[in-house]
Unconditional design. Structure first.
Length: 124
């Protein structure tokens, strides 16, 4: 590991699979220490295993980015243990139900907005 992000601390949300996992690996390959999080415990741990197999300094926390208290606790922990947070890749997101807008229910809409919009805002 090593590169343009040597010595930087990066947070990647939604790192349990897909783009989040790929981003976490890319940050690590560029030299960053990577803190990952996801609501999916198994996926998050699998990403952490991949990061460590490549020699990355990394950590995983299971959180739901739509919950302010969980986000605040994670950011506080990062700053307390590492002194700062340099990069945030707010990738966590949900697709929701596939349906016409008029057929969506309010609960499904609220979940999409809570994760995809509020979650990014909370992490910033």
């Amino acid at each position: 590991m090593g590169g343009v992000l040597d010595g930087k601390i990066a947070l990647v949300t939604g790192a349990g699979s897909g783009i989040g996992r790929a981003a976490a690996l890319a940050f690590a390959r560029a030299g960053a220490e990577v803190v990952t999080c996801d609501i999916d415990q198994a996926g998050g741990e699998a990403t952490l295993t991949k990061l460590k197999a490549e020699g990355a300094k990394a950590e995983f926390s299971r959180i739901d980015v739509s919950h302010a208290g969980q986000v605040e606790e994670l950011i506080t922990k990062i700053v307390k243990t590492r002194g700062r947070l340099d990069c945030a890749y707010n990738n966590a997101g949900v697709e929701g139900e596939i349906a016409f807008t008029a057929e969506q229910n309010e609960r499904a809409f609220d979940r999409v907005m809570a994760v995809n919009v509020k979650g990014v805002w909370l992490c910033m």
